[in-house]
Design a protein around this ligand. Structure first.
Ligand code: DOR
Length: 439
């Protein structure tokens, strides 16, 4: 008789080939069997009847701010938020204070997360004009998910805006590069048109469609010229989504939960708590983002979790910090979109498991299959619950989605066979480890 450390019984499994009601057995942190395990011995059994068992969902775009300001976020609090919200892994951005741009800092981060992170973590390395010659070596370091290039300025000091430097970045190394795509020259040229205290909706006018589209046209021209694959992060315009369909040889696409959920009415309702880069735009772009989810243009969906202190958010526009929290709320909100019929659960798993695995070259995660990590997000599609600010564990303490009622909610997060979240309680951790990538 086979024996397992953990068996999840009778759930509806979202497998790569479709959904099936079956048991799944985990041994030594990895999926050992999928099927009818009624006769197997299990040290721990969890009844999952009536629940969906997804591969552990991955948010491939978060800013956990460490090193930085612990009153805003830390690796411990951000990953606790992640597992409470149903995520089994996150990929953390490098625009911390200081930014992560060297081998020593990646080594530091790898050690630092041990005993602090609640979920597994991949690390971005930031591109600077001064570290371009080292990027090939940096992207090959263990646990690095990708190089991140800010081709337009946002939070922090990372910026590479000119074509010559961008081409040098693309010629240093070979893995897919992730880009913040907004044209810096257009941003700076138009900035004097705007003055302090203007309404928050001016954010979408300053950082307009052409700013994003021009940035993406320039990057894709260089990506084709150099043959270097590009993942365009947080694509926010209908124009870019249409354009990128013709660049599938070198280009892949991330869309954010926010751009699938909010439109420009949010500026009136939320003020600075709707300000992010690239901006939230009008309904035409939200509809284009959904069409791009439906036709397969979109490869990954992330939260771009970007916590800031209330004091920095509440400065007058355009000095208010740009960025919105989302690591704890992305899964409930995406499940709500599933419940509303905007996408099937299988596509959600494609966008938050198979997609990140394919785009970043994740080893051993992203699908329910024998030998893969025992990472699971167990969800109850019948449960309705309202997102409350008091639920948010990020020290900054706010969410732009307070009051949003979601149908579909994560009830368990399992990381390498450890149930780290069950019914809103974290347990058996922090045991997060670095994610492995095929470098
Ligand atoms: O709104 C944003 N906030 N966009 C970014 O690109 C960075 C992020 C942050 O780190 O605050």
């Amino acid at each position: 008789m086979s024996s397992y450390d953990l068996v999840l019984r009778g759930g509806t499994l979202v497998l790569p080939w479709g959904t099936e009601q079956a048991d799944v057995g985990v041994r030594a942190g990895r999926i050992a069997a999928i099927g009818d395990l009624r006769r197997a011995h299990a040290a721990e059994e969890i009844d999952c009847q009536g629940l969906h068992v997804l591969p552990g969902l991955i948010d491939s775009h978060v800013h956990l701010r460490e090193p930085g300001d612990p009153k805003v976020e830390t690796i411990e609090t951000g990953t606790k938020a992640a597992v409470l919200g149903g995520l089994a892994a996150v990929f953390d951005m490098p625009n911390t204070a200081p930014s992560i741009t060297s081998r020593e800092q990646i080594d530091w981060k790898r050690d630092f997360i041990r005993g602090r992170a609640w979920c597994d973590m991949g690390f971005y390395v930031g591109a600077l004009k001064t570290n371009i010659p080292s990027l090939a070596e940096l992207e090959a370091q263990p646990n690095v998910c990708a190089i991140k290039v800010f081709a337009g300025s946002s939070t922090g000091d990372l910026l590479i805006e000119d074509d010559e430097s961008l081409e040098r970045v693309m010629r240093s190394g070979r893995r897919r590069i992730c880009y913040h795509s907004e044209d810096e020259y257009r941003l700076q040229a138009r900035k004097p048109n705007y003055t302090s205290g203007m309404p928050h909706r001016m954010h979408a006018e300053w950082r307009d469609v052409e700013t994003a589209f021009l940035g993406t046209r320039r990057l894709m021209a260089l990506a084709r010229k150099t043959g270097r694959p590009a993942h365009i992060l947080h694509v926010s315009t209908a124009e870019e989504l249409e354009y990128l369909k013709d660049f599938r040889d070198v280009g892949s696409v991330e869309v954010l939960l926010n751009h699938l959920t909010q439109t420009d009415e949010a500026y009136e309702r939320l003020g600075a708590y709707a300000v992010m880069n690239p901006p939230i735009r009008d309904k035409r772009h939200l509809e284009a983002a959904w069409a791009a989810v439906r036709d397969g243009t979109v490869d990954t969906v992330g939260s771009d979790h970007a916590p800031h202190s209330r004091a920095n958010k509440e400065k007058p526009w355009p000095d208010c910090a740009a960025g919105l929290t989302g690591v704890q709320t992305i899964v409930p909100l995406m499940l709500d979109h599933v419940s509303a019929g905007r996408l099937p659960l299988t596509r959600l798993v494609d966008l938050m498991c198979a997609g990140p695995a394919r785009i970043y070259g994740v080893v051993g995660k992203g699908r329910l299959a024998a030998g893969y990590d025992g990472d699971f997000t167990v969800v109850d599609m019948k449960r309705s619950r309202t997102i409350e600010e008091s639920w948010i564990v990020s020290p900054c303490g706010w969410t732009p989605f307070a009051g949003h009622r979601c149908t579909g909610w994560p009830v368990m997060t399992i990381v390498r066979g450890h149930v780290v979240m069950r019914e809103d309680e974290v347990q058996d951790g922090p045991l997060g480890a670095p994610v492995r990538f095929a470098a």
